[in-house]
Ligand binder design. Structure first.
Ligand code: SAM
Length: 216
């Protein structure tokens, strides 16, 4: 695996595209500028690595579009040392971006094949989040609470379990809608009882499976 001058140039071009689409958070842009996205692609598909598109990763799942990763990361307002739960490890790309931002990342994947693949692959690049396999629609109760929770699959509604696992001041970012498109929601826990809810644009994610998602 080689990260050449050419690849770094392609990442700089991607950053320009993301800025053009409205991403302004410099920590997010710096992190995306560091993660070698082409390592997640087969040699034959390298030309796709720095396009602003989602791409199939097998098992009917996708590596998210860079803009989506940037948008969710920006709205998550990640600070150095934040304890972050990611639901939907997938390729592991989003987890790498969060690690580059200094987060302490817990990531859970439902699909056993993807879980095994990514758990072995990320450390080869020097990225070491804590990996879990299971139904992330219920969060990760034994490691809660979290400062931030990011859901990278489309949910039918906001799972109660995720709200319960948010620290005071904590932020949950989650796409909610039907199979076609989902509205990005941000829920901030103000105190024990009070939540603030904000709505952003529509996106298109693969479905969140599991008990508090769309089921199996
Ligand atoms: N974050 C990923 C990345 O950077 O490549 C992209 C994730 S992909 C769009 C969505 C992932 O969510 C898929 O890998 C899917 O298997 C996973 N998923 C769906 N339902 C889940 C659940 N209940 N718990 C954990 N993972 C889930």
């Amino acid at each position: 695996m080689e990260d050449s001058y050419k690849h770094r140039g392609m990442r700089r071009s991607l950053l320009k595209i993301l800025r053009g689409k409205g991403i302004t958070n410099e920590a997010v842009l710096a992190a995306i500028g560091k993660v070698p996205r082409h390592f997640f692609f087969d040699n034959a598909l390298l030309e796709h690595a720095y396009q602003d598109k989602a791409f199939p990763i097998g098992e009917g799942q996708t590596i998210s579009q860079p803009y989506t990763v940037a948008f969710q990361s920006e709205k998550l307002n990640v600070k150095e040392g934040c304890k972050v739960l990611e639901i939907g490890t997938g390729s592991g790309y989003q987890a790498c971006v969060l690690l580059e931002m200094g987060a302490n990342v817990y990531t859970i994947e439902y699909n056993k094949v993807l879980y095994e693949r990514t758990r072995k692959f990320l450390p080869l690049m020097g990225y070491r989040p804590r990996f879990f396999q299971g139904d992330g629609s219920k969060g990760l109760p034994r490691h809660a609470p979290f400062d931030r929770i990011i859901v990278t699959a489309g949910a039918p509604s906001v799972p109660d379990s995720l709200i319960k696992q948010l620290n005071i001041g904590g932020i949950l970012i989650i796409p909610v809608g039907d199979n076609e498109r989902q509205k990005m929601l941000r829920i901030t826990r103000i105190d024990e009882k009070k939540l603030k809810k904000e709505e952003f644009d529509f996106f298109s994610f693969v479905p969140l499976k599991g008990e508090e998602g769309w089921g199996r």
